[in-house]
Design a protein around this ligand. Structure first.
Ligand SMILES: *[C@@H]1O[C@H](CO)[C@@H](O)[C@H](O)[C@H]1NC(C)=O
Length: 269
C-alpha cells in the first residue's frame, strides 16, 4: 500500500499543479480579454469589452481618414485620425483592418428576399448574407415576389416564421396595398398593426398574380389609413395603357440595348 501511495502521489501532484496552472492562465486571459455578455441577438463579431478598429480607410462625415474607431461595451465612443498605442494598457484590443474600408452599415430599403414561396430566386439566408458581405446592415423587404404576397397580418406572420434564425442583418418589412385590402380597412389596419413599415402598390400590373395593381381610388383609400399611422406609401408609378402595343417585343431592337428595355415599359408615369 505504502509503495502504491509513493508512486501515485508524485503523479497526483503534477496533475494538480497542471490544473492550477491552466486555471490561473484562464483567469489571466479572461482578465485581459473580458468578454461582454452579449444579448440574445448575438449582434457582435468581436467579443471584447473595449477595443479599437484601425484602418487606413475609415469613412467619416469629414471624408476618408486613416485612424481608429474606439468601441466600448458595444458602442462607438470615438473616431480619431491616426492611432497611437500610447497609454493603452494590456486590457485593450486593437484589430487592424489595413486597407479595408471601415464605414457605417448601409441601409437598403428595396430588396426582394422572395421568402417564403420563391426561394429559388432568393431567400432570407442568401439575401441577408449577401447584404452583410456588401456592408449592408439593414434591409427592408418588398411585399412581393414571395408567395403568398405580404398583404395581411396572416401573410406577414408567414414571413416572420420563414425569417426565424435565418437572417444575418436587420430586416424590416413593407406591406402591399392591393384592391382587396384597400377596400377593407380592417385587413389594412391589421397589417399595419402587425408592424410593416409602410405600404407599396403598383399602378401597372406587377407581374405577380397575387399582387394586383391599384387604381387612384385604391391609393386614396390606402393613404387615408396610412395617414393615421404616419407611415409612407411607395408607388410603382408606371401607368397602364389600354393599348398593350408597347409591351410587344421588338425583334429589331438589340436585346442588350437600353432602348429595347424602355420599349417594354409603359410610356407614361
Ligand atoms: C374585411 O376582411 C375581414 C377579414 O378577412 C372580413 O372578416 C370582413 O368581412 C371584411 N369586411 C368587408 C366589409 O368586406
Amino acid at each position: 500500500m505504502e509503495q502504491f501511495v509513493w508512486r501515485v502521489l508524485p503523479l497526483l501532484t503534477i496533475l494538480v499543479s497542471f490544473l492550477v496552472f491552466f486555471y490561473l492562465q484562464d483567469s489571466y486571459w479572461a482578465q485581459l480579454h473580458p468578454l461582454v455578455k452579449l444579448p440574445q441577438n448575438k449582434c457582435s463579431l468581436l467579443h471584447h469589452h473595449h477595443f479599437w478598429l484601425t484602418s487606413k480607410r475609415i469613412l467619416t462625415p469629414q471624408g476618408i481618414i486613416s485612424g481608429s474607431v474606439e468601441i466600448k461595451e458595444g458602442k462607438i465612443i470615438s473616431v480619431i485620425e491616426g492611432y497611437s498605442k500610447q497609454g493603452k494598457s494590456k486590457h485593450e484590443e486593437v484589430i487592424d483592418y489595413g486597407d479595408a474600408v471601415v464605414m457605417p452599415g448601409l441601409i437598403d430599403v428595396h430588396v426582394h428576399l422572395d421568402d417564403p414561396g420563391r426561394t429559388a430566386w432568393e431567400g432570407f439566408d442568401t439575401g441577408t448574407r449577401a447584404a452583410a458581405a456588401g456592408g449592408v446592415t439593414t434591409v427592408v423587404d418588398m411585399p412581393l415576389n414571395n408567395h403568398p404576397t405580404t398583404v395581411s397580418k396572416e401573410t406577414l406572420k408567414l414571413k416572420l416564421e420563414a425569417a426565424e434564425n435565418r437572417i444575418y442583418v436587420d430586416v424590416g418589412f413593407w406591406g402591399g396595398l392591393i384592391p382587396e385590402n384597400a377596400l377593407n380597412t380592417s385587413i389594412l389596419e391589421g397589417l399595419l398593426n402587425a408592424g410593416v413599415l409602410g405600404l407599396k402598390s403598383f399602378m401597372c400590373p406587377s407581374g405577380i398574380s397575387d399582387f394586383p395593381m391599384t387604381t387612384i381610388h385604391h391609393i386614396k383609400d390606402g393613404l387615408s389609413v396610412l395617414a393615421k399611422y404616419r407611415r409612407p406609401l411607395i408607388v410603382h408609378s408606371e401607368i397602364q395603357q389600354h393599348s398593350k402595343k408597347h409591351l410587344e417585343l421588338n425583334d429589331k431592337g438589340g436585346p442588350r440595348a437600353y432602348l429595347t428595355y424602355l420599349h417594354t415599359r409603359p410610356p407614361t408615369w
